[in-house]
Design a protein around this ligand. Structure first.
Ligand code: RTP
Ligand code: MG
Length: 148
């Protein structure tokens, strides 16, 4: 089954948005298979955002992500990577559709509340950065027979 890495950024944790965000993925029918609240070390932030290392916003991005604990999750479901990106909304909250997490809950591209993997390859890579296999659990959602 497909998996993706999702992370509520420090602004989302500090604003008390974790429950709202988790609810949206649960209500969609996706399955949470890993979760933890963690202050990320610099190496993992750099690895996570390595495609942006040379961008002018990188130092500010790193400072933002390390400014407090993040809520890290792995979600599972058919086509979960693009489905989660749609639920998250456009990178710039000013362009994110109403009903999406960033459209509803964020205002500024530099404080856009949440991260989600942008492809299945990124998801595999990012899950490997942040979770050990033992931290990912196996269980059955009540509606799984309908989903799969
Ligand atoms: P993310 O990786 O966090 O899920 O966001 P994304 O795919 O929608 O956007 P991406 O292009 O990967 O950018 C990563 C994060 O960097 C910050 N950013 N700031 N100031 C800026 O112009 C700027 N551009 C990007 C955002 O926090 C963005 O989510
Ligand atoms: Mg990205």
């Amino acid at each position: 089954m497909d998996r993706t890495f999702v992370m509520v950024k420090p602004d989302g944790v500090q604003r008390g948005l974790v429950g709202d965000i988790v609810s949206r993925f649960e209500a969609k029918g996706l399955k949470m298979v890993g979760a933890k609240l963690e202050l990320l070390p610099e190496e993992r932030v750099t690895d996570q955002y390595r495609e942006h290392l040379e961008k002018p916003f990188f130092p500010g991005l790193k400072q933002y992500i390390m400014s407090g604990p993040c809520f890290l999750m792995v979600w599972e479901g058919r086509n979960v990577v693009p489905i989660v990106r749609t639920i998250v909304g456009a990178t710039n909250p000013a362009e994110a559709a109403p009903g999406s997490i960033r459209g509803d809950l964020a205002l500024d591209i530099g404080r856009n509340v949440i991260h989600a993997s942008d492809s299945p390859a990124s998801a595999d890579r990012e899950i490997g950065i942040h979770f050990t296999p033992a931290e990912l659990v196996d269980y059955t959602r009540i509606d799984e027979s309908v989903l799969y």
